[in-house]
Design a protein. Structure first.
Length: 170
């Protein structure tokens, strides 16, 4: 929780405001924080809560009033710390409406970065690039190709020679 007086000092000397919890950082542009017009004796509070294994909720309050619009803000998630076995190249983030958000990977800092204009629930997970189980069309093609291969092998193995399968038949 930050008092309005402290918020003014942060905005005056540091510019953008940053909140961090459980390794996840939220950067809000100074212009957005200034638009909240927090009184000197007022407060601003940002909450980052783990909702499930890979979902996080970001909430911001001015006193008791919930703020949902945070245009130009950025969420930064340390991939190795939160997902030690995950491949950062295949991570994706969806918002509470199920929309896939454009993510950036900062390889030097090992951060998964997403720009957002609103608070809410964000789900981070690895997408599977070549996972046949999640693609019914690929399963159908693979099954058909296997059946054709078995059929061809079965026809050729009858007589041992190609084209001789009709000998001895009437």
């Amino acid at each position: 929780m930050i008092s309005g007086k402290r918020l003014d000092l942060i905005l005056k000397y540091m510019g953008d405001i940053n909140f961090e919890k459980e390794g996840i950082s939220l950067r809000i542009p100074a212009s957005v924080a200034q638009s909240w017009k927090v009184a000197e004796n007022g407060t601003i509070q940002a909450l980052v809560q783990k909702v499930s294994n890979h979902s996080y909720e970001i909430k911001i309050y001015k006193g008791t009033q919930k703020i949902t619009d945070i245009p130009g803000s950025r969420i930064m998630i340390p991939v190795k710390e939160i997902f030690p076995n995950g491949d950062p190249e295949t991570m994706e983030i969806t918002d509470s409406r199920g929309r896939k958000l454009k993510t950036f990977l900062d390889k030097k800092q090992d951060l998964l970065i997403v720009d957002t204009d609103e608070t809410g629930i964000f789900c981070v997970r690895g997408r599977k690039i070549d996972d046949i189980e999640e693609n019914p069309f690929a399963v159908a093609v693979l099954t058909t190709a296997t059946m054709i291969t078995v059929l061809i092998v079965g026809i050729r193995s009858r007589s041992g020679k190609r084209g001789d399968s009709h000998k001895g038949e009437k």
